[in-house]
Design a binder for this molecule. Structure first.
Ligand SMILES: [Zn+2]
Ligand SMILES: [Zn+2]
Length: 434
């Protein structure tokens, strides 16, 4: 109980600093794999707090990075981040977009390993510039055109740093190890897999992640069930161009190959074990009216109630795409652009969180939340921890949003950050107290 009061006081004490930090991140938003400035601030802050910090190649597996921007865009953003105050030495070590950070603190007494995960990336959105939008009115709107923190990850990152500070103050009384995972590229579910592949959660006994959402400040959902497993991929068809009037038989038609794939993807038999989804969201093909189209791309996503169902849909989709390419004598390549596992909270950890929420009394409404319906790539971490015999939980924290996620008028009540910091620091401290 004593530490409950201490944590509450520390969260309150850090409130102003956390809001200032959130506004700084909000003003300098960075999309997936370009979080050079954000990550360099995270690295410096964690080092200052006494954490053992790893980043770049040590925490990101290049082969598992999905949906990475071009080298040109990455380099532009490295220069932009440095111009906006990022430490150039740190940025250089994140070349290629390796912007993940892990801060670890081992306490004197032995105990479990608790991992907390926070995402850092922004959205591809032009932020509202008029007075009705508080960040614009109060001067902390995005200065990076086409980039906006419209999903609250600026809040997640700053709350993560507040929690890191709270737990560093309490280190004398804690047992085990605390691990802060600051993940790039959550949008499009692209980043977690590369950190997972480097063993981010291999040694983790308890895993926690959270998202700020629409309900009013004071709301907490702590029994999240039913993240859908998903895969996002592009299929690129390459044929042979030819004169559509003079020699159509010489051409190999990529537009027809892609269109055949798009239609037949909808014909994948549904799976009796649970819900599944497939969508072709984009089809681009061809160069001119009188040319047999020799290039086409489709952007596809699949989802499933379980990772197994999603794999089934994905495997069927792959066969259909390859078969469609073969029908028109096209070459086809499939590039993975994102992915997430299915996921649900571990019952025991959920119960622990419910009890803590009741005990600290800062939430006036807390409840289970089943069938969240969307996808989140922290599910990769959850799945791995649970497979290893550990426990994992995802929470939804009310933040009185001013608009839906990914909207240009998105903003939230920053008091939610204090509640988030206090709650997660208390849960971690409980798990790390022997
Ligand atoms: Zn989002
Ligand atoms: Zn988000």
């Amino acid at each position: 109980m004593n530490s409950d009061i201490k944590i509450a006081a520390l969260a309150k004490l850090l409130e102003e600093k956390t809001i200032t930090r959130r506004r700084d991140f909000h003003r300098h938003p960075e999309t997936g794999w370009t979080e050079f400035r954000t990550a360099s601030i995270v690295i410096e802050t964690l080092i200052e707090l006494g954490y053992d910090v790893k980043f770049g190649n040590d925490v990101i597996d290049e082969a598992n990075m999905m949906g990475v921007p071009s080298t040109e865009i990455l380099e532009e953003n490295m220069a932009r981040a440095i111009a906006q105050g990022a430490n150039p030495d740190l940025v250089a070590k994140m070349t290629g977009g390796k912007t993940g950070v892990i801060g670890t603190m081992k306490f004197a007494k032995p105990g479990p390993t608790v991992a907390l995960r926070f995402d850092m990336d922004c959205n591809d959105v032009f932020e509202a510039t008029n007075e009705n939008h508080r960040p614009a009115k109060e001067g902390f709107a995005s200065i990076n055109p086409g980039c906006m923190h419209a999903c609250g990850h600026d809040g997640h990152t700053s709350a993560g740093l507040a929690i890191a500070e709270i737990l560093s103050v309490l280190k004398g009384q804690l047992a085990g190890t605390i691990k802060f995972i600051f993940q790039p590229a959550e949008e499009g579910v692209r980043g977690a897999k590369a950190m997972l592949a480097k063993g981010a959660v291999d040694d983790v006994d308890f895993f926690l992640a959270a998202h700020l959402m629409m309900p009013k400040v004071g709301y907490l959902a702590y029994d999240v069930q039913g993240f859908l497993a998903t895969s996002k991929f592009d299929a690129t068809f390459i044929g042979v161009p030819a004169h559509a009037g003079a020699a159509p038989e010489v051409g190999k038609n990529s537009l027809l190959a892609a269109a055949t794939a798009a239609i037949n993807l909808q014909a994948i038999p549904r799976h009796s074990d649970g819900i599944s989804r497939v969508n072709v969201g984009v089809l681009n093909a061809g160069t001119g009216r009188n040319v047999i189209p020799a290039n086409a791309v489709i952007k596809v996503e699949t989802r499933g109630a379980t990772s197994k169902i999603n794999e089934y849909i994905y495997e069927c989709a792959e066969k259909i795409i390859k078969g469609s390419a073969a029908m028109y004598d096209n070459k086809v390549t499939i590039s993975q652009m994102g992915g997430a596992a299915s996921g649900s909270n571990s019952p025991k950890l959920t119960e622990t969180i419910g009890n803590i929420a009741a005990r600290i009394g800062i939430f006036n409404q807390y409840e289970a939340l089943s069938n969240i319906g969307g996808s989140e790539d922290s599910s990769y971490f959850m799945e791995k921890v649970q497979k290893n015999g550990g426990q994992a939980a995802y929470m939804v924290i009310g933040a009185s949003l001013t608009a839906v996620n990914h909207n240009l008028y998105f903003d939230f009540d920053e008091h939610a950050l204090t509640l988030e910091s206090q709650l997660i620091a208390t849960i971690a401290s409980d798990l790390l107290t022997k």
